[in-house]
Design a protein around this ligand. Sequence first.
Ligand code: ADP
Ligand code: MG
Length: 317
Amino acid sequence: MDLKQLGEFGLIGRISESFRAPDGVHGIGDDCAVLPQKTGMDTLVSTDMLVEGTHFLLDDIPAYRLGWKSAAVNISDIAAMGGAPVGSFLAFALPSGISCGWVDEFIRGYKELSDRFGCPLLGGDTTSSEGQLCICVTVLGQSESGKARMRNMAEPGDLICVTGPLGDSAAGLKVILGGKARTADADFLVERHYCPMPKVNEGRRLAECAGVHAMMDISDGIASDLRHILDASVVGAEVDVSQLPMSPEMRRFCASEGLDATALAVEGGEDYELLFTVGADAEASLDVPHTVIGRIVEGGSLEWKGVQRDFIGYRHF
Ligand code: ADP
Ligand code: MG
């Protein structure tokens, strides 16, 4: 069916059928969603926008995966604070070329990821667009009062850690944009680019450890993201480039394509692993898999040890 026939409210009805608000929560269908307050908890709120042509190519990304990714990148921001996701809001500007089947597939992917983390869709907005497809998601989360991990909490002497391999997503984007042959490695990397998995459980466990200080998710690449922690905390860092975790698939792909794996790991974004700092005494007892890649120092400089060059992270403008 075409979206014109279905209409705005037909479409909202179709979306709301997929999501049931939890007991005590008033979800889709009113002017506002209503969520009961919990004493002793802080509310976390984050918004992210995905714009056709800037963040994704409509012809290339299947609707299901775009739905998955739209939910994943937002829930990742809650993970980055060490919080638990509570619910999300989805605002859509849909160009006339979009079919009802496309929206159904988008919602199926969005729901698949949201359900994994108990994060129902509680509302949103739906409008038509004369131009690009635009998707704006707001996510709510919660954490124990005062326990959210912020970018300004790093201390000199802290070890800098990441929860998983870097550069897979950037390599996947090279496959997509460069029209590379779809080997098993290439397929793995494309999947990592399209379907990132937010590190919610890892973030919550890390936030339970008092020794874990600053934390964020890696959306723009560590060259740019680590800089945010350093600026906010007014500290510097030394990163040992030889310690950066990289998947075997990514290393093999870079070797066969003549790409610089280290540069992709440092400058490539959208891995959605967690980047955190931890007091040196507390690191050994962490129960979350991680790799130590460097340490926080006094001052404000960021030094890449083991390479002769500097790295520049992703810049939005
Ligand atoms: P209002 O005009 O009062 O802002 P709307 O007509 O925009 O309300 O929306 C009606 C209901 O449908 C609201 O509960 C809103 O949150 C929900 N809604 C609208 N679009 C979406 C969407 N894309 N996803 C989820 N819920 C939506
Ligand atoms: Mg209203």
